[in-house]
Design a protein around this ligand. Sequence first.
Ligand SMILES: Cc1cc2nc3c(=O)[nH]c(=O)nc-3n(C[C@H](O)[C@H](O)[C@H](O)COP(=O)(O)OP(=O)(O)OC[C@H]3O[C@@H](n4cnc5c(N)ncnc54)[C@H](O)[C@@H]3O)c2cc1C
Ligand SMILES: NC(=O)c1ccc[n+]([C@@H]2O[C@H](COP(=O)([O-])OP(=O)(O)OC[C@H]3O[C@@H](n4cnc5c(N)ncnc54)[C@H](OP(=O)(O)O)[C@@H]3O)[C@@H](O)[C@H]2O)c1
Length: 466
Amino acid sequence: MTEQTTETDQHPLRVAIVGSGPSGFYAAGHLLSQAGRPIEVDVFDRLPTPWGLVRGGVAPDHPKIKSVTRVYEKTAAKEGFRFFGNVEVGSDVSHDELASWYDAVIYASGTSGDKKSGIAGEDLPGSLSATEFVGWYNAHPDFRDLDPDLSPKRAVVIGNGNVAIDCARMLTLTHDELAVTDIADHALELLDAAGVEEIVVLGRRGPEQAAFTNPELLELGELADADVIVDPADLEIPDELRQDDLDATARKNVEILREYAERQPSGKRKRIVLRFLTSPVELLGDGKVEQVRLVRNELVRDERGGLRARPTDQEELIEAGLVLRAIGYTGFAIPGVPFNEGTGLIPHDGDGRVVHDGAPVPGLYTAGWIKRGPSGVIGTNKKCAQETVDALLADFAGKESTPPVDTDDVAKILGERVSDLVDYAGWELIDAHEKGLGEPHGRPRVKLTLVDEMVRIAAQQEPAAR
Ligand SMILES: Cc1cc2nc3c(=O)[nH]c(=O)nc-3n(C[C@H](O)[C@H](O)[C@H](O)COP(=O)(O)OP(=O)(O)OC[C@H]3O[C@@H](n4cnc5c(N)ncnc54)[C@H](O)[C@@H]3O)c2cc1C
Ligand SMILES: NC(=O)c1ccc[n+]([C@@H]2O[C@H](COP(=O)([O-])OP(=O)(O)OC[C@H]3O[C@@H](n4cnc5c(N)ncnc54)[C@H](OP(=O)(O)O)[C@@H]3O)[C@@H](O)[C@H]2O)c1
């Protein structure tokens, strides 16, 4: 007969979470709020700083959205929580090691790769992915040296989602609007001196198919320094191609766009031109982007009744020296972790159990964008992460925890291996330091952009001259 364990004599269930973005933190929060059994959670991130895209994606002029980190801070304060920052899983530590140290591993590593458009000239200087541009203005260490050329008068943003709106809006905000945010100092300086006067946002399908959400689209109509321009002809939809099943967001988007189309430009310094049924087919230029060849699309029904864009023979050439591709993201494979190259995601059974060769891999789970794909707002990751954790808890119900190394051993191995590891107390020092730099200027923080500097602050050493 197997010996019954009670709550008090049970070893804690030990879970590693890879990624400290919303999905990693929602998974940690759900695990640590289980009353039924003791649980310990170690969260790993390749950066010394937590919060994933809440720090490195959400636009600087949307500070309220970032206040969601207060919820994550409460999770970090719970007993059983540890943060191992500046540790990249797949290089500093392998998946096999994590799998041998913990009862379960949850991959919540996000989708930080950019989707390619595949058009000619895509790699010319002056053509940037949203990953790069957004990371640059948000002080992500990987993109601090991007130094984009913002001198051209016209920029083109490809895509009709909220990231496209963020990119377009950021190019129009005034110095006063940006100077009170946590935008990277280097971006504040360059955006201030930018020559961009017109931003053309290209949707390959029609206004009914745009992926914008209403508040973000409405915000474009209220910009201090930019008029929003919509050609009424772009809003004419043939009856046979009208979508009967439009959701409330899409209906409201069309209503907002109609109102924009009726407006007369008020002569503001900049213009955001929203164009629909238009795709770039080629970026041209001598050593850098100078022109974009566009094609007019028509909407056609596909076999499943959906509406897709089909190019017509109407082409035009426009001058533009900056092109930002905001057409979606894709994930990266981590050695040893099943990965679907086609979807760019970790394959799972629907509830977050990672699947290999058609069967769940014991002890391996996934949550967030790397599980579902790169869509959904911050809150969407809560339900997603909880679903994963519920699957994990169901799998471990009644099972003893059996990791061969204890929690102190893991910290010791990592400490010896990663000399510049940043723990949660180290992050709190970075956080306080950044807030201190921002305070005299009425800014929420001034973000550090160098990993070495973050590590020095986390180790309570004096920063180098900035
Ligand atoms: C530009 C942009 C702006 C957005 N703005 C908003 C907004 O205003 N409001 C809103 O509600 N939603 C917004 N979103 C959506 C929101 O950011 C996402 O829903 C959410 O961040 C996804 O969470 P995640 O934890 O799955 O991934 P992420 O937030 O990407 O977190 C993944 C984490 O994993 C870490 N990681 C990756 N690989 C490794 C590894 N090998 N080892 C260790 N760590 C690793 C990364 O460093 C990162 O910290 C925005 C998204 C983007 C792209
Ligand atoms: N403020 C906020 O709340 C906020 C801010 C930023 C991001 N987010 C969220 O983060 C998620 C990701 O946003 P996102 O903008 O990256 O993705 P998204 O909402 O999926 O939009 C991607 C856009 O790119 C277009 N596209 C894809 N491939 C293309 C191609 N080859 N050529 C031209 N266009 C192409 C898509 O058009 P089709 O529809 O035709 O495929 C779509 O318009 C979304 O859920 C978004 O709401 C939220």
